[in-house]
Design a protein around this ligand. Structure first.
Ligand code: PGA
Length: 249
C-alpha cells in the first residue's frame, strides 16, 4: 500500500505572517490525521515561519523550486542544501509554471531532480500535457518524453524518495479536473516509464499524485482511485479549512 501524500503548493502567495496564521488554523483540524502524509510548500521567504509553526506536527515542508548547483554565482537562486539546512524535507521540481514562465526544460528538470536526491530532499516532479497536446492525442508521448528525460542517470536505489505529480496543464487553476479515468491512464504511463528506468519494484512503490483544480468537493472521488497516490493542490490549499477538507477527503 502506498501512503497518500497531499501537498500544498502556495505558489507566490503568503507572507511569513500569513503563513503562520494558516498553520495555526490548520493544525487543530489535523492533530489526529495519520492516514496521509501532508506537506506544505510556501514561497522561500515563508519557509522558516512554516517550519517553526509545524515543528511539533508530522507536517513536512518543501520548497517550490531549487537550482542544481550547491552554491556559487547564481543570482536569485536557492540550492538543495540550503533548503535542507532550514529543515525542508521536500521540493517541487519542474512545475508547469516554472516551465512556462521561467524557461525550465526537461533537461533542467533532470539536473534539479538529481541534485535534490543527492541532497536528501524528496522531490515532487511535475509532468503533464498542455491542452493542444491532449487535443492532438499526444499525451502519452509527452508524458513518456518528460519522464524519461527527468529520470536520466538516476538509479533505482536513488529514485526511492521521489514522487511524481501528474498535472495536466489545462486543469491547473482552471476549475477543470481530469476525470479519474484520464488521470489513471496517465498514471499508468508514468509508472510504466518508471519501471523501464528503475525496475518494477521501485515503480510499484512510486507515488504518483494528481494535480489540477483539486478542491474539497472533488477530492474524495479523485483520492479514492487506486492509481492516485495523493494530490498537489494549488488554489484550494491557500485556505486552511479548504485544505483540511481535502486532506480529510
Ligand atoms: P490548482 O494548482 O490546484 O490551483 O489547479 C495545482 C498546481 O499547480 O499544482
Amino acid at each position: 500500500m502506498r501512503k497518500k501524500l497531499i501537498a500544498a503548493n502556495w505558489k507566490m502567495h503568503k507572507t511569513p505572517e500569513q503563513a503562520q496564521s494558516f498553520v495555526s488554523a490548520l493544525l487543530p483540524h489535523l492533530w489526529e490525521h495519520t492516514r496521509d502524509e501532508i506537506v506544505l510548500c510556501p514561497p522561500f521567504l515563508a519557509i522558516p515561519a512554516v517550519i517553526e509553526a509545524t515543528k511539533d506536527s508530522p507536517i513536512g515542508v518543501g520548497g517550490q523550486d531549487m537550482f542544481w548547483e550547491k552554491e556559487g554565482a547564481y543570482t536569485g537562486a536557492i540550492s538543495a542544501p540550503m533548503l535542507r539546512a532550514v529543515g525542508c524535507s521536500h521540493v517541487i521540481i519542474g512545475h508547469s509554471e516554472r516551465r512556462q514562465y521561467f524557461g525550465e526544460t526537461d533537461d533542467t528538470v533532470n539536473r534539479k531532480l538529481r541534485a535534490a536526491l543527492a541532497a536528501g530532499l524528496k522531490p515532487i516532479v511535475c509532468v503533464g500535457e498542455v491542452l493542444a497536446e491532449r487535443e492532438a492525442g499526444v499525451t502519452e508521448d509527452v508524458l513518456r518524453r518528460q519522464c524519461s528525460i527527468a529520470f536520466r542517470e538516476i538509479s533505482g536505489g536513488e529514485a526511492i524518495p521521489m514522487v511524481v505529480a501528474y498535472e495536466p496543464v489545462w486543469a491547473i487553476g482552471t476549475g477543470k479536473t481530469a476525470t479519474p479515468e484520464l488521470a489513471a491512464e496517465a498514471h499508468r504511463t508514468i509508472r510504466a516509464v518508471a519501471a523501464e528506468a528503475f525496475g518494477e519494484g521501485v515503480a510499484t512503490q512510486l507515488r504518483i499524485l494528481y494535480g489540477g483544480s483539486v478542491k474539497p468537493d472533488n477530492a474524495t472521488l479523485l483520492m479514492s482511485q487506486q492509481e492516485i497516490d495523493g494530490a498537489l493542490v494549488g488554489g484550494a490549499s491557500l485556505d486552511a479549512k479548504s485544505f483540511a477538507a481535502i486532506v480529510k477527503w
